[in-house]
Design a protein around this ligand. Structure first.
Ligand code: ATP
Ligand code: LTN
Length: 334
């Protein structure tokens, strides 16, 4: 069975950036790749590379699981599981670290950015984060990895590690390819269109969470930073705030940016456009919120996670043992 693998860290409420850049893409790919099985996981081991409050982390893990299913992942096509419940991820991470160079990890921009923000020292796990990510992917011989644009560099490193091990031992790992969506790959902050919308941005006004109530969603769009020109056309360099809103509009509606520009060519201000965009988001998120409420405390959700763990464990354990043998670990097979 061919695999598509991806994960999201349970580090805060999911916002529309993660939804459009990542989750919505997974849902579309289910139809686009009918012969692939999907492994989608909650990257809790990645989350603890920076300090997390245990109670909050546990709550976020469950919320994220419910959100995935509420957004339309089909448990028949997808094994949804929690990373730490499949110990082979940590084992494979270690094995891959023996084939990952310090210089490669030092070049990672996500590490540099996150390390800069740490106040109480930088954990060595944050530094080796990319080899855990490579483990997540290579354990399942993933052919494709759907991620947002910010993960491109980690994917390149994963490909290099896979190629290095293949070079040494023959075709052992599938070398994975990224699948980066054209629309929604980089949704920017509503308060500063020069930085990406992020769960960890201290300014809460910078984002819209999937579970925010309707009035708040509309308010966030109304107060989103734009410019003073008040005519609606796409110009990323001179009108980055508006360009971001056009991206969000396009990703939620499925319309092209050109056709949205046409719809508003006679607009004298941003007001109607912003009102319409607020309505559109509210309308698109309503069924997700309703399904989330049904799932969050249900047996169904636990069962989905149990089944996901069983499928993932089977593949991951086998692959890890195989690599251990290639490396000469343990005793010879009798
Ligand atoms: P953090 O702020 O804690 O680093 P994050 O908000 O960047 O978190 P991740 O869990 O790192 O979110 O990302 C999950 C997935 O969503 C990744 O594939 C990432 O590329 C994508 N993603 C996150 N934020 C955005 C965004 N603003 N636009 C498009 N895709 C995004
Ligand atoms: N590093 C990713 C989350 C992540 C991931 C993965 C994505 C961890 N492991 C494996 C794809 C495949 C992030 O920060 N968004």
């Amino acid at each position: 069975m061919k695999h598509i693998v991806s994960g999201i860290q349970p580090t805060g409420s999911i916002n529309i950036g993660t939804y459009l850049g990542s989750i919505q893409n997974f849902v579309k790919l289910q139809d686009a790749y009918p012969d692939h099985h999907f492994l989608i996981f909650i990257a809790d081991l990645h989350a603890i590379t920076v300090s997390q409050k245990p109670e909050e982390l546990r709550k976020t893990i469950k919320e994220l699981a419910a959100i995935y299913i509420a957004c339309g992942l089909d448990p028949n096509r997808v094994s949804l599981f929690i990373q730490s419940e499949v110990p082979a991820h940590a084992q494979m991470n270690y094995l891959l670290q023996t084939h990952t160079y310090m210089g490669e990890l030092e070049r990672m921009t996500q590490f540099k950015e996150k390390a800069r923000k740490q106040e109480q020292g930088v954990s060595s796990a944050l530094f080796t984060y990319p080899s855990l990510m490579a483990a997540d992917i290579l354990l399942y011989d993933a052919e494709y990895v759907p991620v947002g644009d910010d993960q491109r560099q980690h994917l390149e490193l994963t490909r290099d590690i896979a190629a290095r091990i293949n070079n040494r031992f023959g075709e052992f790992f599938t070398v994975p390819k990224p699948l980066i969506p054209k629309v929604g790959a980089r949704i920017m902050s509503l308060t500063d269109p020069n930085v990406k919308m992020s769960k960890s941005d201290p300014n809460i006004k910078s984002r819209i969470h999937l579970l925010d109530d309707d009035a708040l969603i509309k308010k966030r769009i109304r107060s989103a930073v734009t410019d003073s020109e008040a005519s609606i056309y796409y110009d990323k360099d001179n009108k980055p705030g508006l360009a971001n809103l056009l991206h969000i509009y396009s990703a939620f509606s499925g319309k092209s940016i050109e056709s949205i520009e046409k719809d508003y060519e006679n607009a004298q201000s941003y007001q109607t456009f912003k009102e319409d965009l607020g309505e559109l988001i509210v309308h698109k998120l309503a069924p997700i919120k309703a399904r989330y409420k049904e799932l969050i405390n249900s047996k169904e959700l636990n069962q989905i996670l149990d089944e996901g763990r069983a499928y993932a464990s089977k593949h991951a354990t086998k692959k890890t043992l195989k690599l251990q043998r290639k490396l000469g670990l343990g005793r010879a097979r009798r």
